[in-house]
Design a protein around this ligand. Sequence first.
Ligand code: IMP
Length: 197
Amino acid sequence: MKVLFLTSNRNKVIEANAILSNLGYEVEQFLVNGLPPEFIEPQSSSISDVSELKIQQALELISETEFENHALLVEDSGLFIESLNDFPGVYSSYISKTIGNEGIINLLADKSNRNAEFRAYSILYKNGEYFRALGVCSGSISTQIKGTNGFGFDPIFIPESGDGRTFGEISENEKASKSHRGKSLRILYEELKPPSK
Ligand code: IMP
């Protein structure tokens, strides 16, 4: 079954496909004439509210188009750092593009608490029904940028369930098995599965 993912972030599509393709879903970026559609990045104080606004926009975009009967996926995610009162949180995308990983490491220079978590809130719409799931990955912020895999804050995030390497140093599959995105998509998949007889 095909799922259209409304996002301008290709990395999210690759990661979602790595997870849902094992489960029989084919995730494709939602493109119109080869480009992500004009889309207003919603602003809100919580990732769940942002996702709700994204799915409503996605539904408006596909109404009365050839995509009308496709399943839709949206997601909002962010990095929440404990000693910074959950900053950058919903501002993660902007902060990643501006001060970047170096900037986050500098902000934590005098902090002994480096705990952080990634959160992803996904909504999948299929045949008039909504499926929602929050995935959380606990960890900490490294003192140095390490690794070149993944995107965004991956080179500074050390997942608690790992061996000390950052997400930037591990493979896509290993990240998917631990990440907030992986968790939220696996919850969605469980919700989508028909009940076993
Ligand atoms: P948005 O969900 O498109 O608003 O973007 C969330 C932002 O959080 C991204 O641009 C990244 O900076 C950061 N982020 C979310 N998930 C990840 C991840 O899996 N790895 C690294 N950074 C992430």
